[in-house]
Write a protein that binds this ligand. Structure first.
Ligand code: GLC
Length: 752
């Protein structure tokens, strides 16, 4: 059951003084308090006992000694319940204070059952689907001995060169908000104390997706308005959905590293938003204040991070090393230390760990919950619903099941790159490859020829010749190309967001055969599709789809599933357009198609538009939008305006359409984007069926962050669309009336 827990309920539980916790705090030493604020990689479970058993055993024993001494509060990314029980016994039975450990981990898109990467799942435009996969993720991760998920990643990314685009929900804050909240609800389930519930950690706080040049860990220099309007809303939505921890990011924001950013971590997070959970640093991001040139040494780094609002230090060990002394010297108030310890202990209690330190450490559940068939069924459903159909010339798709197919490319039989980045707990051997999925779907598996054709980044001797030969013998070529999983994720920024050259060469050779080409794109970001890839007969964006990759792709290829996903990121014409995003500003010299090119906001080589825009996606069905209707031409300050349209399935196949309402504020005290997504509805229509889709617009939907950093709306004329993408549709206009404006026509902006 999908349960919506409000922040209020979760926060209230943390507000009251808890005698048990106050009693612990009173008896704890400074070192034990700093220990609760220290989280380390779980080398007790992390290491493979079969390699260097003596060295690993020694490292595990050293870590257990630290746990026994009360110098560690949490471990992360350990695998398996058995090792967790050893560590938990040490903490909760052998240490002086007997405070249980919390076990965290990066379970970004599935534990043992792997779902599409979050960017792919965002393409479904179905937050409820994300909530369901997050719920299963939590069931499996807690079965595997984890309590705390370092997810959802909610960074808005507008530069596809950045490798971590893959982990988020794309370029739009509205879509990002809904997926952030959905995933938090899924992880935390009905009650945080339930054995299959996880503490969610929206990350990376904040604006990590705005790194300059899309270069990993790079500087973030953005306006306070952009920070608050684009990058913070998904975090607020996640906290409102009940998230009780967050992770400070590696990047600086306008000269102040996020991990030492008092404005962000205390004034906004706690002062403005009333956040009651705890902040954990990213991996050694406190120590990295030295490299930033913001702290002179480790002691100062610990002090700056702690005083800015970082409660827990991940992996650096700086807090256990320096906090006791910083408190003794008076540089860190004891009350502040106690406050952070209180935050952590309350959440451990909310997780049920004081009642049962071995919650989620049940070997029987580990055996049962990691292989439930219904989890695989959900993975297949989520994967199918994440695939975006960009092109389908002459309806080459769907294919008949007796089609002679040449499946060509390095991803045809690949198993290593099915799951995508951040799948630490999965088993590649359990995933379904593209070739397996297609063979299983064909009437006769011998209709399928599989040829690798090229390696991921280098040509394969004889590969192209073999591929061309297979193509000539087939009815259709399926080209399985794209990015490897280590071209996405952390520290994988790319300068040239294209299909690797060796694979492009393969595509060009196959295009020359004249056979119909269907591209099965494997990608962790938007790519600039070029040459024969761009000109293929059909293009399916298949992201990294996880455990059920092959089956989901086959379901779409052969029509068992009608593609219904839409792009959560803009696919540019050229890589050089980055950063590119649909909700860009108009500029003083907008380039309007059909008008003069000279001296306009565009590149010499290409207009500043997407090859495939945000919100775009095709279906095997076709849909028609009637002209939109407005319930009026003015929106009273406290009123509501309804915008509606009728959508008809004009094909002979049932299908799903994503209706997207956009607005544009024509004139405001700060320049506004050319379009802003303000909702969406995915509707299923039978052949010939029509449906009326309407959206209510209120002043709150028209707000933006003004000069004084407050959310404001301003009277004036707005364009509004309901469209199948961020560039489609015909707008109508309405005027937001001033607060005391009756129906007087404003001289400033005549509404047409
Ligand atoms: C990494 C990532 C973060 C992750 C953490 C723990 O560097 O930035 O997303 O949760 O370290 O693995």
């Amino acid at each position: 059951m999908l349960v919506h827990v409000s922040l209020g309920q979760a926060q209230t539980a943390l507000d009251s003084r808890d005698p048990q916790i106050e009693g612990l705090i009173e008896r704890m030493t400074l070192e034990e308090k700093a220990g609760q604020l220290t989280v380390l990689a779980d080398e007790i479970r992390l290491l493979n006992p079969n390699t260097n058993p003596d060295a690993n055993r020694r490292r595990a024993d050293e870590l257990l000694k630290e746990v026994r001494a009360g110098r560690v509060g949490a471990l992360f990314n350990g695998r398996g319940v058995e090792g967790a029980r050893v560590a938990q016994r040490t903490a909760s039975e052998e240490s002086r204070m007997k405070i249980p450990l919390m076990f965290g981990g990066d379970v970004i898109h599935g534990y043992r059952t792997v779902f599409p990467i979050p960017l792919g799942e965002a393409a479904s435009f179905e937050p409820v689907l994300a909530e369901r996969t997050a719920r299963v993720t939590a069931i499996e991760a807690t079965a595997g001995g984890l309590h705390w998920n370092f997810a959802p990643m909610v960074d808005i990314a507008r530069d596809q060169r950045w490798g971590r685009v893959a982990e988020g929900a794309g370029e739009d804050a509205y879509l990002g908000k809904l997926f952030a909240a959905a995933r938090v609800r899924g992880y935390r389930g009905e009650h945080l104390a339930n054995a299959d519930s996880m503490l969610a950690t929206p990350k990376h706080f904040a604006a990590y997706g705005a790194v300059a040049g899309g270069m990993e860990y790079n500087t973030v220099d953005i306006s306070p308005q952009t920070l608050r309007e684009v990058h913070l809303p998904p975090f607020k939505a996640a906290f409102d959905a009940g998230a009780l921890s967050t992770m400070s990011s590696f990047n600086e924001i306008n000269g102040v590293p996020a991990t030492a950013n008092y404005e962000l971590l205390t004034k906004i997070l706690r002062g403005e938003w009333g956040f009651k959970g705890f902040v954990v640093s990213d991996y050694t991001s406190d120590m990295e204040l030295i490299a930033h040139g913001y702290a002179a040494n480790e002691r100062e780094a610990a002090k700056l991070a702690f005083l800015a609002g970082v409660d827990m230090s991940m992996q650096s060990g700086l807090y256990i090393e320096h906090l006791p002394d910083l408190v003794k010297s008076g540089e860190v108030p004891l009350a502040a230390l106690d406050r952070s310890v209180r935050r952590v202990l309350r959440i451990k209690k909310a997780l049920g760990l004081f009642d049962d330190p071995y919650r989620s450490l049940d070997p029987a559940r580990e055996a049962a919950d990691l292989k439930r068939p219904e989890h695989r069924a959900l993975a297949r459903e989520a994967a199918r619903r994440s695939i975006v159909l960009l092109k389908n010339r002459q309806n080459v798709l769907p294919l008949a099941r007796d089609t002679k197919i040449a499946l060509i490319g390095p991803f045809a039989e690949d198993r290593l790159h099915l799951h995508g980045p951040w799948t630490l707990f999965a088993n590649d051997q359990e995933a379904v490859t593209v070739a397996d999925g297609i063979a299983a779907a064909l009437e006769d598996p011998t209709l399928l020829q599989v040829v690798q054709g090229s390696s991921f980044e280098t040509p394969l001797r004889g590969g192209i010749d073999a591929a061309v030969q297979a193509a000539n013998e087939a009815d259709v070529v399926l080209l399985a190309i794209g990015e490897t999983h280590d071209m996405s994720g952390e520290a994988q920024s790319r300068t040239d967001i294209v299909v690797p050259a060796a694979q492009q060469m393969l595509a060009e050779a196959l295009a020359a055969t004249g056979k119909p080409i269907v591209v099965l794109l494997r990608n962790g970001r938007a790519l600039a599709l070029q040459g024969a890839v761009r000109d293929a007969d059909a293009i399916l964006v298949t992201w990294f789809l996880g455990s059920e990759t092959g089956n989901a792709i086959a379901d779409v290829l052969f029509g068992a599933a009608n593609p219904s996903a839409r792009l959560p990121v803009s696919f540019p014409i050229e890589p050089g357009q980055q950063p590119f995003y649909y909700n860009h500003k108009r500029t003083g010299r907008p380039f309007i198609k059909g008008e003069a090119r000279e001296f306009k906001a565009r590149y010499r080589e290409v207009p500043n538009e997407a090859l495939y825009p945000f919100g775009f996606g095709l279906s095997y069905s076709t849909f028609e939008y009637a002209p939109i209707n407005l319930s009026g031409t003015t929106l009273p300050w406290d009123g509501k305006l309804t915008v509606s349209t009728r959508i008809t399935n004009t094909s002979d196949r049932a299908g799903e359409e994503v209706a997207q309402p956009y607005i544009h504020d024509r004139v405001a005290s700060l320049t506004r984007p050319v379009r802003e997504l303000k909702g969406f509805r995915k509707v299923k229509l039978e052949p010939g069926e029509s449906i009326e889709v309407s959206f209510a617009i209120r002043r709150a939907d028209l707000e933006f962050v003004g000069r004084d950093l407050k959310w404001i709306a301003e009277p004036g004329v707005f364009d509004v669309w309901i469209a199948p993408s961020s560039v489609a549709g015909t707008a109508k206009t309405f005027r937001l009336l001033a607060e005391h404006d009756a129906a007087a026509t404003s001289a400033r902006t005549g509404a047409d």
